[in-house]
Design a protein around this ligand. Sequence first.
Ligand code: 5FU
Length: 267
Amino acid sequence: MSQLKTYAERAALHKNPSAKRLFELMERKQSNLSASVDVTTKAELLRITEAIGPYIVVLKTHIDILSDFDADTAVQLTRLADKHDFLIFEDRKFADIGNTVKLQYSSGVHKIASWAHITNAHIVPGEGIVKGLAEVGVPLQRCLLLLAEMSSKGSLATGEYTLEALRIARRNKDFCVGFIGQRRLEGLIPNETGEEEDFIYMTPGVQLGSKGDGLGQQYRTPREVVLECGCDVIIVGRGIYGSGDLVENAKVYQKAGWDAYLERVGR
Ligand code: 5FU
């Protein structure tokens, strides 16, 4: 039962360098918090990231919402990731055939693979999407999360679709290290290899004091996500940058996520 193991113990189960590093840095920073900084200018993205960097393990970006993205944006994000010891997750949600996503991941204005340690993909096109992204990401020691479930109301990623995400991940473990999901999935289908397996679950739709946003987003608390559903990293957007003091908000979510983890592993 990997959710009962500590993050440090689970680091040893991963060969993918980015996945291993994520588990090690969660333990080091005593944080399982990812901040989703969904703002539309470079200056705002860098200002918020500089302020909350000490409390997060993953900065989640939507780089295509910046109105003034330039090559220096990636340089500055990388500098802040090194300074504050966190990984960068571009929430690109790739969704095309393998050959196209290879180009979207490596090229264009954003050159995502050159700076994002983690990215993610829908499995709508089938397994070729993972193969295509892996051709770019594996040599750069990047990793991929599959969208197994979404937090939004009416999501079609349920049932057999969600199980297929688990099957695809099991066949591509060198690159595909986990899921965007709302609960752990391993127990839903027997693992026929008999080998010990461990996937990372990163979970959006987290906020204290709100149940939703009027556009379909549904929120749960860090405790529900980490303790009750066994997920590993809480992704918090407007709960941190939406109102009030950024740093205080980040500290509140860091503590809530970490306390839920400590309770889960019995430490
Ligand atoms: F895959 C998903 C999902 O299922 N739900 C999400 O909300 C991704 N997200 C992202 O997490 C979404 O695109 C936002 O960037 C972020 C949640 O932001 P919020 O402000 O905490 O609602």
